[in-house]
Design a protein around this ligand. Structure first.
Ligand code: TXA
Ligand code: MG
Length: 318
């Protein structure tokens, strides 16, 4: 298959919507990262999403919709879910909800679970595409499983050229790290994956969340949260306070450590949103310089720092 790169104008979006409805795969920009879309009601399309990504079948997908009303056709939204949707949709928050009885969703999309992850993205291209498709689009990040998530159409093609029909190119995305996945399927509200909406912002709307991810001994609530993920090939060394001459440096703040072979700075001004925006592209770039290791300076752990720390910890897991 030849993958077509289409400009994300109204013509490109219309063509992409036709392809999705026909069961073909389309990578498209969301505000977080590029997604690898397949129509969630079509079992063959969903099988192809898993195959193109090389994703294990036990790891369920996020369903993307244009509006809350559409989510309600296959997921059960309680008062908490409606309050959070009103506050954060469209935007980078994914809610894990009970799957509605008789929902027309390919079972493979939810990995056969009785819960479903859903979000309404705010990127204008994603919104226009979802409105045109008028059905739920399953979209994991548009990278091969375990690799660094794509924030540009070039990143998508580096991993998936020839495996998908279309990539809609709208340039670099805004947020740069994936959505926050919040479990609302039971009484305890828990962040399964920190991301583009901070814990602090969610708690300001809904009150205190349960602590942390599922701990040791508890069942893995988010089957995709394998420890190693988002990983470049070059080993990472976190919280560096000094750098060796054969290391590359991923710096943060106004005083990057001296002495690295190559340095990229996530945010010279120390801004966490800018750091999130730059993280994956800089990891990819440093992965290509042939350094023995990538040293990473410490970042604050509050706000978006929680998601950044999570991605860096996973990328550093051997
Ligand atoms: O920002 C994002 O969320 C991007 C863009 C494209 O929207 N998508 C994304 O999808 O990051 P993916 O497939 O790479 O990550 C989905 C995460 C995985 O950790 C998966 O295990 C979790 O959501 N997930 C999906 N359905 C779930 C469910 N029913 N219960 C618990 N976790 C679920
Ligand atoms: Mg992913």
């Amino acid at each position: 298959m030849t993958t077509r790169r289409l400009r994300a104008d109204s013509r490109g979006i219309a063509e992409a919507a036709v392809a999705l409805r026909a069961g073909r795969l389309v990578a498209f920009p969301t505000e977080t990262v590029y997604g690898l879309g397949g129509l969630a009601t079509n079992p063959l399309a969903i099988a192809q999403v898993f195959a193109a990504k090389g994703r294990p079948s036990h790891n369920p997908l996020i369903l993307h919709v244009a509006a809350v009303s559409q989510a309600a056709s296959f997921a059960v939204l309680d008062a908490r879910a409606r309050q959070l949707a009103a506050a954060f949709w469209p935007g980078p928050l994914t809610l894990v909800l009970p799957l509605a009885e008789g929902a027309d969703i390919a079972p493979a999309a939810t990995a056969g679970l009785d819960t479903v992850a859903v979000r309404v993205p705010r990127h204008p291209v994603a919104r226009a595409l979802l409105e045109a498709v008028a059905g739920p689009v399953a979209a994991p990040s548009a990278n091969r499983s375990g690799q660094v998530s794509p924030t540009t159409a070039d990143h998508v093609l580096a991993d998936l050229d020839g495996l998908i029909d279309i990539v809609l190119d709208a340039g670099p995305v805004e947020v740069g790290i994936e959505s926050t996945v919040l479990d609302l399927s039971g009484p305890a509200m828990r962040i399964l994956r920190p991301g583009g909406v901070t814990r602090e912002a969610i708690e300001a709307v809904i009150g205190r969340l349960a602590d942390g991810e599922a701990g040791a001994g508890e069942p893995l609530r988010s089957p995709g949260l394998l420890d190693r993920h988002y990983a470049p090939r070059t080993p990472l060394r976190l919280d560096a306070v000094a750098v060796a001459a054969d290391e590359a440096l991923l710096a943060f703040g106004p005083a990057p450590l001296p002495g690295a072979a190559v340095t990229l700075n996530l945010s010279p001004s120390g801004d966490l949103a800018e750091a999130a925006h730059n993280l994956y592209a800089m990891l990819r770039a440093l992965d290509d310089v042939g350094a023995r290791r990538i040293a990473v300076m410490a970042l604050p752990r509050t706000g978006l720092g929680e998601a950044l720390a999570d991605r860096l910890r996973r990328a550093a897991t051997p």
